[in-house]
Design a protein around this ligand. Structure first.
Ligand code: B1M
Length: 215
C-alpha cells in the first residue's frame, strides 16, 4: 500500500491495527518527498472524511471518532507548521464554543475535530462562551463562521443573542453562524435567524462548506 494510503488507513483505524503510527508515517512521507498538500488532502483529510461518513450512517460511534481524531491530530501537529510556507490555506476559519451557561463540550469537541479533519481552521472558544466573547474571537481571528453548541434548553437563548449581536455589528456581512446540540433543531435555527443547523458532527462539515460556497 502506498504511504499516503497508509496515512489514511491509520486515521480510519485510529492508529490501531497499523504497525506504524500516523505521526511516524507523516514524518516518513515528508522525508520521502511527499508534498504537504498530498499528506493533508489524500491522507489525513481523506481518512477523517471516511470517518465522518461512517459516523453519519451510525456505522461507528463517538469513541471511534475520538480515536480517529486523535490519530489525525498527531499527523496534523507535524504538518501544521509547514502549511504557511507551502501556501496551503485552510478552507475557512470557525470560532466554535458552547453557549453561555453551558458546560457540555463533548459534542462541540467532536464537531471541532471533524471540521479540523476536513481542512478548516478551528478556534476553540471553550465552554460557557458569552456572545461578546464569540464576537471578540471572531474579529481577532478574522473568522468566517461562529459555531455554537447548546445541550440545555436554558442556554439556547444565548445563541439567539449572539446571532442578534452579530447582525447589529460590523461582522453582519462577513460572519455566518452554525448552531447544533441535542435540543437544537432546524426550526429553532430558522426562528433565531442562524445561518445553519447541523444535527451531527459530519453534517456540520457539509453545512460549513455549504455556507462558505465550497463545492
Ligand atoms: Co448534562 N444534561 N447536565 N452533563 N448531560 C443533558 C444534556 C440532559 C439531556 C440529561 C437529561 O436530563 N436527560 C440534560 C438537559 C435537559 C435539557 O435542558 N433539555 C442535562 C442536564 C440537566 C445537566 C445539568 C443541569 C445537571 C445538573 O447539574 N442538575 C448540568 C448542567 C451543567 C451546565 O452545563 N451548566 C449537566 C452537567 C453534565 C456533566 C458535566 C455531568 C456532563 C458534561 C460533560 C462534558 O460535556 N464535558 C453531562 C453529560 C455528559 C450529559 C449527557 C449525558 C450527554 C451529553 C453528550 O455529551 N452527548 C446528556 C444526556 C444525553 O444527551 N443523553 C446531558 C454526546 C455528544 C456527542 O452529543 O452533545 O448532542 P451532542 O453532540 C452531537 C450533536 O448534538 C451535534 O454533533 C454532536 C456529534 O454528533 N452537535 C453540533 C453538538 N454541537 C454542535 C454544534 C454544531 C453542529 C452540531 O455547530 C456548531
Amino acid at each position: 500500500m502506498e504511504l499516503v494510503e497508509r496515512i489514511k488507513e491509520g486515521v480510519i483505524k485510529g492508529d490501531l491495527g497499523v504497525e506504524t503510527k500516523v505521526a511516524d508515517l507523516v514524518s516518513e512521507g515528508l522525508t520521502e518527498g511527499l508534498s504537504v498538500g498530498t499528506i493533508l488532502k489524500d491522507g489525513l483529510i481523506a481518512g477523517m472524511s471516511v470517518i465522518g461518513a461512517l459516523f453519519k450512517n451510525n456505522e461507528i460511534y463517538v469513541p471511534e471518532v475520538l480515536i480517529a481524531a486523535r490519530a489525525m491530530k498527531s499527523g496534523m501537529a507535524i504538518v501544521r507548521p509547514l502549511l504557511v510556507e507551502n501556501k496551503i490555506e485552510p478552507l475557512g476559519t470557525i470560532v466554535i464554543g458552547t453557549a453561555k451557561g453551558d458546560l457540555h463540550d463533548i459534542g462541540k469537541n467532536l464537531v471541532g475535530m471533524m471540521l479540523e479533519g476536513a481542512g478548516f481552521n478551528v478556534i476553540d472558544a471553550g465552554i460557557d462562551v458569552s456572545p461578546e466573547k464569540f464576537i471578540e474571537l471572531a474579529k481577532e481571528n478574522n473568522a468566517d463562521v461562529i459555531g455554537m453548541s447548546a445541550l440545555l434548553t436554558t442556554t439556547m437563548p444565548g445563541m439567539q443573542t449572539t446571532v442578534e449581536v452579530i447582525r447589529g455589528s460590523e461582522l453582519a456581512d462577513k460572519v455566518k453562524t452554525i448552531i447544533g446540540g441535542a435540543p437544537v433543531t432546524q426550526r429553532y435555527a430558522d426562528e433565531i435567524g442562524a445561518g445553519g443547523f447541523a444535527p451531527d458532527a459530519a453534517s456540520a462539515v457539509d453545512k460549513m462548506k455549504e455556507l462558505l460556497g465550497i463545492g
